[in-house]
Design a protein around this ligand. Structure first.
Ligand SMILES: [Zn+2]
Length: 1027
């Protein structure tokens, strides 16, 4: 499935060693804060910079609080087959609460004599338990003395009066009941509106509720998206159907006082990975305990039921009151893990197509199907299936695949075998949407889930500690599949941008875990949930890319085919993969490795972090060490990790034979460079290794000069690596900022937006825009950067002026043009400000005009910024317009904080207090937006302090915590902290005060460190600004 949860708190690391002690104290304090402000996880709203939704997985909820500690099961009994009946007691239009009941008969093989049967069960009420056997004697019973639930262990324990005998088979029979919640885990219920259905029912449209008329102040889900906006997981709907999403919020969970039953449809779906199967039926809920399943679902006759296998029978039955239910029976499944079983009961429509005998059906709300939103998914599913089948040379073993777009879903998507579930936004595509970024995202997510049909479903990891065998391998293949169906996407660029670059930024903390953990470390459900992170997905995929590079794709795929064939319908661990690769390597002599596959790969998967290679090309010496923060002296002591590193390299534009660095340092005579300044070396070509490179000054100068003369001599992905590595090396104390800046001189000739995005993200981080402006750096940066940005700015501005649709296939423009334009306007480029005014004025003249979405945030912000109260008032009017989408509302909410006149900002904040002007749960967002602006932060602080009694009553102390976090960005002195302290000392409890003070102290030291960096950068720019 898509990654769940983040990697937790990220604390910046630019500070000096003296921070170590402070950091510890801070962490302790933050733990206290986390307990106090458990709901403060969501980021403060961001300043007016990017960005259209980047592809990837929609933000999922964190680890479910309901998950208990769980326990591993004893191995005396192994499941062979389940007969499972589920009966969700749901009728359309019925009010809750809802329950489901079920019966499961599990055939088990006894491996060792025992008088207890232990299986997983959580949150279920077990009604009865019987044990039959030994088989074939179903008539014989083994008497159950006691059926016991162990809540913490998530177990059901059957104490037996007789013994089960080794080598014999028995049937455990359990009847059970459970609650059907709307929590998106286990078996859950979702309410939604469907225009396709509701029109027939004569649905009424309701306006947005009057702010303040609901008890929003007591809403438990702050901070969150402001209500009264569309909250859509759908692609933007055309105006004619835009109201349906509106209804969802009017009648959704937040508005319990409106009778929802009258207007809504309901569906039941499941999400069982990793350990929720046990909340739906008692089972042996471990991935290696595979079995076959006969599934039967009892449901209302107006619904259709789906499960992993095709339905083979639909019949009727009457309940105890004589009312009729439908019973849908599914064919026997293949041998599979419990977490992959799946159930959907809905009244969706579908479209269908058959690919090589595999019946593919895409299910969605009737309205979405009718409007063609599922057509793109249908068009690409079959081709990706065939692509993967051909590539892996292993057939997809099921006769059908259902793909279901769920209006509400916690994970981005889930790969259940034969019944894949998606968030609507991961599957539905508006045919009129011309731009490819959403298509690309759907293709990527689709490929990911289809990849799982082999990696995860056919062959499953033995235990969750090797989750990367599921998720890492699949995250690699998702890009192969996506670029196959969308060939305009550039595989290596998108892979670096989406996978390698983000995880390199994360995988350098001391506490970061290794990719594969030892089995005994991953015991409880919490440890297990934390594995669904960027290390598993992105590092797993990066390591896979490296493996494929040094083996050659041909050998790599051949080994995977062997591995898939060997472990089909079974389980494997990491060593099994290495063994099968080794077999393929041993059977040929083209590719020679310096050590066994296991030795090489264990160095990457069993150690945390990654190496940085330091070069001395005068001698040809390359050394390696773990990439850690040099500024933090404690960090380097205890880590002597070494990796066996494949080095792909290029000399003066020609690719060279692969080399290996298998110890801490080694001399490569072939890498010595001559006196000639045209003799240069480039490492890590084609992204072939998961590491950073620290070049010596001599080579770096030559590369910088080469970039200035002929940037295309270095492949685009290598250019971005050079720059990304240089800034990361600066940040971690390996090199000085001046060295990184040398590599930016060529940028006037850089036409790749994804490279510009990395440069700008390093030079103008979006949450520092306002603070950067206060320093001597800004005018220099303005002059230096604008000169270099002009060519690419004008290139894209001409499209915006003349034909924005021509950017339809420019994927990175859809992701990063906003950053480029936002920075240009921030730097005061007159062209950019004029463009913003012009497009904004055009919108004011004609509210039906659509500002190109690629730069809508920038245009609205600077349209308001360079305008007067007239422009601001228009933004306010459009914000309150009922047809405005949620995304546009957020853009406008942010744009109104861009005003440069203090009184407008003050009035804006005052609006936030009003009971009638504003949906009041937007107020925190308004305050935070204003607080991030250099003009606004003092005004916002004064506003918060003056109105604290009212604000704290409505939003609690959480708001103050969020505001102080933003204020921290502006803190450089103790006096500034004391100013803030005067206020919060009077409002917070002592432990809260301590935590906040430490946070501010820490931020201050960070800010001071950053200021030193700014001074260095300013000095360098002073010397180079006229070049
Ligand atoms: Zn996945």
């Amino acid at each position: 499935m898509g990654p769940r949860g983040g990697r937790g708190l990220y604390v910046g690391r630019r500070t000096a060693a003296l921070l170590a002690a402070l950091l510890l104290a801070l962490l302790a304090a933050l733990l206290a804060l986390a307990a106090l402000y458990g709901r403060c996880r969501q980021e403060a709203p961001t300043p007016p910079s990017p960005s259209p939704a980047a592809p990837g997985f929609a933000a999922p909820p964190g680890p479910a609080a309901a998950v208990g500690s769980g326990r591993r099961l004893p191995r005396q009994l192994l499941p062979l087959h389940y007969d499972l009946e589920l009966w969700p007691r749901v009728r359309p239009g019925q009010a809750g609460p809802f329950t489901f009941s079920g019966q499961v008969n599990i055939t088990v093989r006894c491996r060792q004599d025992t008088d207890t049967a232990v299986l997983h069960s959580s949150g279920l009420r077990s009604l009865r338990a019987d044990v039959r056997g030994p088989l074939p004697g179903m008539g014989t019973a083994v008497e159950v003395a006691e059926l016991r639930q162990e809540v913490a262990g998530e177990l059901a324990v059957l104490e037996l009066r007789g013994r089960l005998r080794a080598g014999r088979r028995y049937v455990l029979q359990l009847g059970f009941e459970g609650r059907l919640e709307e929590d998106l885990d286990g078996l859950f219920l979702t309410r939604y509106t469907d225009q396709g259905r509701s029109r027939q029912q004569g649905i009424r449209r309701y306006p947005c509720p009057v702010p303040g008329s609901h008890s929003l102040a007591q809403s438990s889900s702050w901070p969150h998206t402001c209500l009264c906006s569309t909250g859509s997981s759908l692609p933007p709907l055309p105006a004619s159907v835009g109201s349906t999403q509106h209804l969802k919020y009017v009648f959704g969970h937040e508005f319990k006082d409106v009778n929802p039953m009258q207007f809504q449809s309901m569906l039941i779906a499941s999400q069982l990975e990793p350990t929720y199967a046990r909340t739906v039926y008692p089972c042996f809920d471990e991935p290696a305990m595979k079995a076959t399943f006969n599934i039967r679902i009892v449901h209302d006759p107006s619904y259709v039921a789906l499960s992993n296998m095709p339905a083979i029978d639909v019949s009727e039955m009457a309940d105890e009151n004589g009312s009729l239910w439908t019973v849908t029976t599914f064919n026997t499944s293949l041998k599979m893990s419990t977490y992959l079983t799946a159930f959907v009961v809905c009244d969706f429509d579908y479209v269908t197509r058959t690919e090589r005998g595999n019946e593919i059906r895409i299910w969605a709300r009737k309205e979405a199907v009718r409007n063609g939103y599922v057509d793109y998914a249908l068009n690409i599913t079959g081709p990706i299936f065939s692509f993967l089948e051909d590539l892996l040379n292993v057939s997809y073993p099921l006769p059908k695949t259902d793909l279901v777009a769920l209006p509400e879903f916690g994970a981005g998507a889930m790969e259940n075998w034969g019944l894949i579930t998606f968030q609507e936004s991961s599957l539905l595509y508006l045919p009129s949407d011309k731009f490819t970024s959403r298509k690309a995202m759907i293709a990527i997510i689709m490929s990911h889930e289809l990849g799982h049909q082999w990696f995860g479903n056919l062959v499953t990891m033995n235990w969750w500690n090797d989750l990367w065998l599921n998720e890492g391998l699949t995250s690699y293949f998702e890009y192969l599949g996506a670029t196959f169906v969308e060939p305009k996407l550039s595989l290596d660029k998108i892979f670096y941008d989406h996978v390698v670059q983000p995880v390199l930024r994360e995988d350098n903390e001391i506490g970061v875990r290794s990719l594969s953990e030892s089995e005994d470390k991953i015991k409880d459900s919490f440890a297990l949930m934390s594995l669904f992170d960027s290390i598993t997905y992105n590092k797993g995929a990066s390591i896979t890319w490296m493996l494929s590079c040094f083996l050659s794709e041909k050998l790599f795929i051949r080994a995977l085919t062997l591995y898939l064939e060997e472990f089909s319908f079974s389980n494997a661990n990491q060593d099994d993969l290495w063994t099968h690769i080794q077999m393929v390597v041993d059977a040929q002599d083209e590719v020679q490795l310096p050590a066994s596959v296991k030795q090489i790969m264990d160095s990457w998967t069993c150690q945390n972090g990654f190496p940085v290679l330091t070069l001395n090309l005068t001698t040809g010496t390359i050394s390696q060490e773990q990439f850690l923060n040099k500024k933090n002296e404690n960090s380097t002591d205890s880590y002597n990790n070494t990796w066996i590193i494949p080095i792909s390299w290029m000399r003066n534009g020609s690719s060279q034979p692969l080399l290996w660095l298998d110890k801490s340092s080694k001399v490569f005579p072939e890498m010595q460079v001559s006196e000639s300044e045209y003799d240069w070396i480039l490492l890590n070509v084609n992204l072939s290794g998961y590491y950073r490179v620290n070049y010596d000054q001599l080579n770096l100068k030559r590369l910088a000069r080469l970039l200035e003369n002929d940037p295309k001599a270095i492949p685009a992905v290598s250019r971005i690596q050079l720059i990304d590595d240089a800034f990361a090396l600066t940040q971690f104390g390996y090199i000085e900022i001046e060295t990184a800046l040398e590599l930016t001189k060529y940028l006037a000739k850089e036409d790749e937006l994804f490279i510009w995005n990395v440069v700008l993200s390093n030079l103008v981080p979006k949450n520092l825009e306002s603070t950067l402006k206060n320093y001597e750096l800004y005018p220099l940066l303005k002059k230096y950067l604008l000169k270099r940005m002009l060519p690419i700015y004008h290139y894209y501005a001409s499209f915006i002026h003349q034909n924005v649709d021509a950017l339809e296939d420019d994927y990175f423009a859809q992701l990063y043009l906003e950053k480029l334009f936002g920075t240009a306007c921030w730097l005061g480029l007159q062209d950019c400000l004029n463009l913003s005014s012009e497009l904004y004025a055009k919108w004011m003249d004609n509210p039906d005009y659509k500002i190109p979405f690629l730069i809508r945030r920038t245009v609205c912000c600077y349209g308001v910024a360079v305008g007067s109260d007239k422009e601001w008032n228009f933004a306010w009017e459009m914000y309150n317009h009922s047809d405005t989408t949620k995304e546009d509302k957020d853009i406008l909410l942010s744009a109104m904080s861009c005003a440069r006149e203090s009184w407008l900002l003050y009035r804006y904040l005052q609006y936030g207090l009003s009971n009638t002007l504003f949906s009041s749960n937007c107020t925190p967002n308004v305050i935070l937006y204003v607080a991030t602006k250099d003009i606004g932060h003092r005004i916002a602080w004064e506003f918060v302090t003056e109105n604290w009694p009212l604000l704290s009553e409505r939003y609690g102390k959480e708001l103050l915590y969020e505001v102080l976090k933003v204020m921290g960005r502006f803190v450089n002195t103790d006096v500034q902290i004391q100013e803030l302290q005067v206020f919060y000392n009077a409002t917070l409890e002592e432990d809260e005060r301590v935590a906040i003070t430490l946070l501010l102290e820490f931020t201050k030291v960070e800010n001071m460190g950053r200021r030193e960096l700014f001074i260095k950068a300013a000095n360098w720019l002073q010397k180079n600004v006229d070049d």
